[in-house]
Ligand binder design. Structure first.
Ligand SMILES: [Zn+2]
Length: 198
């Protein structure tokens, strides 16, 4: 990692003093960047909290075959830039099945009745509208089980209480007592808005 400092030309600036002044900011930004786990890297992808090595094979037929016990996902395609699209389709399918299953399982525990549930390309992990529609990030399946569950708990609890009030937290704690730990862990994983592979 490099730290780049730009200073205006022709001005004499005490760079060391400048760094000292901004040290806590630099420190904070640095630890944030090293503590953030990325879902997709150039040659690995997170799935269920586990990093899978992406093995790319040039082939005329397209196929994506995860092998969790071997810790890899074999991706066959004619063009390397198609990898992103194949991962996206895989995640969409897996996240949709997961969300449908978990919403059905957890709703009775919270005593809520969800309306529409969908999986979309959104920047947050999940959200709930006032009309009770739940949306989940298509990358949800990448998270460790305890964190994907937490996202479902959180959004379902919004059907009971729309804000993040004390009542919301009490209800959430009734189904997920250590929700604060999970929230903290979740904040260390960044959904990728742009899956840049090359
Ligand atoms: Zn919320």
């Amino acid at each position: 990692m490099t730290l780049e400092i730009s200073v205006p030309r022709g001005k004499s600036i005490d760079i060391e003093a400048l760094i000292r002044e901004r040290l806590s900011w630099i420190d904070r930004e640095y630890s944030r960047s090293v503590n953030t786990k990325r879902i997709l890297g150039p040659d690995r992808v997170m799935f269920g909290g586990q990093y899978l090595q992406m093995v790319y094979i040039e082939d005329l037929k397209e196929e994506l075959a995860p092998n969790l016990s071997r810790g890899e996902v074999v991706i066959r395609t004619g063009e390397r830039r198609r990898v992103r699209e194949l991962v996206r389709r895989w995640f969409l399918k897996e996240t949709s099945a997961y969300v449908v299953r978990k919403v059905r399982e957890f709703s009775p525990l919270l005593g809520v009745r969800p309306g529409r549930v969908d999986v979309r390309e959104i920047s947050k992990w999940g959200y709930c509208t006032r009309s009770g529609r739940l949306s989940f990030n298509w990358q949800l399946i990448a998270l460790p089980e305890r964190l994907r569950e937490y996202v479902v708990f959180h959004e379902l609890t919004h059907l009971f209480e729309f804000n993040h009030s004390a009542a919301f937290k009490r209800k959430l704690a009734s189904i997920c007592p250590e929700f604060r730990n999970r929230e903290r862990e979740l904040n260390q994983i960044a959904p990728y808005d742009r899956m840049v592979l090359e």
